[in-house]
Design a protein around this ligand. Structure first.
Ligand SMILES: Nc1nc2c([nH]c(=O)n2[C@H]2C[C@H](O)[C@@H](COP(=O)(O)OP(=O)(O)OP(=O)(O)O)O2)c(=O)[nH]1
Length: 130
């Protein structure tokens, strides 16, 4: 049986209504695909605690998560990812890519110019409609 993992991902909007997008590095799983920064929820952790921790670890900045924006479950070759996109506000620091190849802010209407991890696509589409 394939393992299912719960993954939180941050939807961070800047003052110009652009969304922070992160490029997975060549040595990560799903290499060279775009995603929302985040990671696996650990045991005993709330979704809010998990995303705030992951962003601090991955981007060396602090966010406050406000709500779940959208959720999508995707079956990859080896695992099933339950991806939970959470709206987050940047409260301190500048996002810095500790693990990703690149970070960019992109307007909502341009989000589909990137090649996204498959689990992210329905979430990207929902953002583009808003
Ligand atoms: N952080 C994040 N992960 C995503 C997104 N979309 C998506 O399919 N994933 C997948 C990639 C990974 O398999 C998993 C996230 O786990 P992780 O952030 O700890 O990734 P990782 O590269 O350390 O994973 P692993 O190799 O240790 O399994 O979810 C997304 O938007 N953000």
């Amino acid at each position: 049986m394939k393992k299912t993992i719960k993954v939180v991902a941050a939807i961070i909007e800047n003052k110009n209504n652009e969304i922070l997008c992160a490029l997975r590095s060549p040595n990560m799983s799903l290499p060279n695909l775009w995603e929302f920064p985040g990671g696996k929820v650990e045991e005993g952790e709330s979704l809010f605690e998990a995303i705030e921790r992951e962003i601090q670890e991955e981007l060396s900045c602090n966010v406050k998560a406000s709500n779940v924006f959208a959720e999508n479950t995707h079956e990859y070759e080896k695992i099933i990812v339950n991806l939970i996109g959470m709206k987050c506000e940047l409260i301190d620091g500048i996002p810095t890519p500790n693990e990703h190849s690149k970070l960019v802010y992109l307007s909502k209407e341009s989000l589909n110019s990137l090649i996204w991890a498959p689990a992210d696509i329905p979430i990207v589409e929902k953002i583009m409609k808003k």
